[in-house]
Design a protein around this ligand. Structure first.
Ligand code: PRP
Length: 189
């Protein structure tokens, strides 16, 4: 009997890929965004809501540049292929651990692409009646937008390249790469 198994693509070493954003550029920009958030929320408390898995690295670095009272929570949404997701079918697979009612929340994402994920999460979070809600994204690809949404804090706006590193994956790999690099072939092309 033949079993169908999903093929794992061959590993392409990240250091053979072109760097789009260097470690130094990333950390300089995150320090600026962290300072802006610190200023905007002076005297307040905030909940940073990370969207697993991609945002984990950005949240970790951003949080350490924020100098106000902050706590973390995490959500996860279903990760369909982008083709499937453009149907609008985003599902929550891990909910918040704690109530956000009456709290200042910042949803933290690694990338804002079609906007479907953040539109879904924005509506969901608003049902919990936070005091305020903003969005911070490491990358923004405005040319890919299907549903209108803007982030309040954007580290970098980039053209429609398929990128990996700094939390972003291809077939779950490369999240640990310490800069943002261009995949040699765009898997979405
Ligand atoms: C990425 C990213 C966002 C979403 C953005 O998640 O982390 O959640 O895509 O895309 P959209 O604007 O088109 O909805 P992905 O599905 O790759 O999961 P991951 O975070 O686990 O890598």
């Amino acid at each position: 009997m033949t079993q169908t198994t999903q093929q794992t693509p061959p590993y392409i070493p990240a250091d053979t890929m072109e760097v789009l954003l260097s470690h130094e550029q990333i950390h300089k920009r995150i320090a600026e965004i962290g300072a802006q958030i610190t200023k905007d929320y002076a005297g307040e408390s905030i909940v940073l809501v990370g969207v697993l898995k991609g945002a984990a690295i950005f949240l970790s670095d951003l949080a350490r540049q924020i100098k106000v009272d902050a706590t973390f929570d995490f959500v996860a949404v279903s990760s369909y292929g982008k083709g499937t997701r453009s149907s609008g079918a985003v599902k929550l697979i891990k909910d918040l651990d704690n109530s956000i009612e009456g709290k200042n929340i910042i949803i933290v994402e690694d990338i804002l692409d079609t906007g479907l994920t953040l539109n879904f999460l924005r509506k969901l979070m608003l049902q919990h009646h936070p005091k305020t809600m903003r969005i911070a994204t490491f990358l923004d690809k405005p040319s890919r937008r299907i549903q209108q949404i803007e982030a309040d804090y954007v580290c970098f706006s980039i053209p429609n390249h398929f990128v990996i590193g700094y939390g972003m994956d291809y077939a779950e790999r490369y999240r640990n790469v310490d800069d943002v690099r261009l995949m040699p072939e765009d898997p979405h092309a």
